[in-house]
Design a protein around this ligand. Sequence first.
Ligand SMILES: Cc1cc2nc3c(=O)[nH]c(=O)nc-3n(C[C@H](O)[C@H](O)[C@H](O)COP(=O)(O)OP(=O)(O)OC[C@H]3O[C@@H](n4cnc5c(N)ncnc54)[C@H](O)[C@@H]3O)c2cc1C
Length: 392
Amino acid sequence: MAEIDDFRSEVAGWLKENCPDGARGPGQISNGSSKITLEPDVALWLERCVERGFTVPTWPKEYGGGGLSPQYAKVLYEEMGTISARVPLTGMGISMIGPTLLEYGTDEQKARHVPKIARGEMQWCQGYSEPNAGSDLASLSTRAEDKGDHFLINGQKIWTSGAATADWMFILVRTDPDAPKHDGISFMLLTMDQPGVTTRPIRLISGSSPFCETFFDNAVAKKEDLVSELNKGWTVGKRLLQFERSGIGGLSGAARGTSGQTLIRVAKDYVGEQDSKIADSGLRRKVLNLNMNRAAFQITAQRANEENKSGTPGAATSIFKLFGAALQQDSAELKRELMGFRGLGAHEEVGFTEEELLATEEWLHLRTTTIYGGSNEIQANIIAKRVLGLPE
Ligand SMILES: Cc1cc2nc3c(=O)[nH]c(=O)nc-3n(C[C@H](O)[C@H](O)[C@H](O)COP(=O)(O)OP(=O)(O)OC[C@H]3O[C@@H](n4cnc5c(N)ncnc54)[C@H](O)[C@@H]3O)c2cc1C
């Protein structure tokens, strides 16, 4: 116990000294893209964290990680939260493809890609969904043909988050159209900066465009970027989804969504305070229930992590994805309710504080967490079949 306490005080001191003011509170976070300019403090914060392996605290040191156990990483995240330090790096590199390569990549692939991911030198995007393959992902039809030293890719993906700024994509492609659908899929990596790859932004009603359609017209993936064996990509692709779901569900340990303390503060600020309590008893009960659910969820997540050597369970991640996504939605909804009409500020309105505008944005954005990474219904199906062993 003493050792972990020593780590906590050492890391708290380091964070206080090394986290620049411009990397605290809401604001820019690097996703590794070579096409996005970072604010100076954000770049400095990333650089300092890279030196200590804090962008990926639990990864092995030889690949740029911090070599910390999940318990120590949790302490790090808690101390970052205490000073409102932003996470130094985010994105699909560290949350999805990095851990997948650590499990399925060859030594050469790990050495080539993983340290760059840890250093935030490339942004990754996910080429999974297609116009006719979403929940039924194994129906995908984007083809990859073996051309000796490379694969030639033709087809289309959709809902590719971040494709416009990404440097690399991990993709599921059909390499054997005659095999049963799960057996003819391969998992490969390709650079986005090549003539055969085009992205077309999908404009949302808000005017923003977080994702794209991605078209492949004789795009090239090098042979050395085939992960695992040819036609064995479904296993790799499913494992990556477990990493994605564990991130969405909050299993990775990094803080997600509104914290319990923030909810209490917002309630006191907007609803009022009486005898050091939230003034309205109905809202007080709502905050209490949500915070108790959150605490129970966090303890369960910690237990699940400790029971799994890799830190990420298998099919059971669907439980955390299902419940964790709902919890994030519920807390954003409650924060908005506590703020009253001030929690419904649109960007172009005047007079709303930054926190209020962010609360609205978060509330709207979190509607998507029960869709991406596999919808609620799909998670419920996985839990029924793979965790509970219920018949089809
Ligand atoms: C914000 C956001 C970001 C995304 N980013 C990416 C990305 O970067 N890369 C990527 O590849 N994809 C991405 N997606 C796509 C996402 O993975 C799909 O939207 C999701 O898998 C659902 O597929 P679909 O949209 O085709 O819906 P469909 O599969 O058509 O499903 C429609 C509805 O039918 C239900 N349904 C379907 N099948 C079943 C079943 N067997 N049992 C019960 N109900 C069922 C679903 O739950 C859903 O409610 C993103 C989506 C969102 C919202």
